[in-house]
Design a protein around this ligand. Structure first.
Ligand code: HEM
Length: 162
């Protein structure tokens, strides 16, 4: 492990970081919570995207959004703390890992894509809420979302091999 100075050096010497490295079970248990969290996030996001792409047209899009999106947000309460705990174990290694940086950049891009959707095309949802083809921008948003989250998961999994 690279012994560092500054904030990262301090972080990796904290009691939490040392426990994440030395305990046999803590890191895997924390990773399980991370996995539970992003399963809920990506599962709810892609279920909504598939509706935007035209599946289950009888389901009102705004009702589905009202049900699914709070779960997507709640999942961050598992994903982020668990991700940060794992990060503390090897902060230099992760920050020197291009796949990790790409993963974080993709997560940011997914957030911008979702915000843009809600701030623009979603405002007219009443016009295409049920039994209608979603407007092209909404379908493009959904395809971008599915592609980005697939890439985030791929980056996350590849972290163990890079
Ligand atoms: C928000 C959406 C996120 C998704 C979809 C996601 C996805 C993943 C996936 C698929 C893995 C691999 C799990 C495994 O194979 O066991 C992983 C591992 C990891 N993630 Fe995330 N992650 C997210 C956010 C974060 C955040 C915000 C951080 C914190 C900085 C983070 C830090 C990590 C770390 C450190 C690992 C462990 C790598 C390892 O030891 O193998 N993740 N993530």
């Amino acid at each position: 492990m690279q012994q560092g100075s500054g904030a990262l050096g301090w972080l990796e010497m904290t009691a939490l970081a040392q426990a994440m490295r030395s305990s046999l079970w803590l890191y895997p248990i924390v990773e399980i919570f991370h996995i539970l969290g992003f399963t809920l996030l990506v599962g709810t996001v892609i279920a909504f995207d598939l509706r935007l792409l035209g599946w289950s047209r009888s389901l009102p899009i705004n009702a589905l959004a009202k049900y699914l999106l709070p779960w997507s947000m709640a999942s961050l309460l598992l994903i982020v703390p668990a991700g940060l705990m794992m990060f503390t174990a090897h902060p230099h290694d992760f920050l020197n890992n291009r796949i990790f940086l790409i993963k974080l950049a993709l997560i940011g891009t997914a957030g911008i894509n979702a915000d843009l959707f809600h701030a623009t095309i979603y405002r007219s949802v009443q016009r295409w809420n049920v039994e209608a083809t979603s407007p092209l921008p909404a379908r493009v948003h959904a395809l971008i979302s599915i592609a980005i989250w697939t890439a985030v998961i791929s980056c996350g999994r590849l972290l163990a091999y890079t």
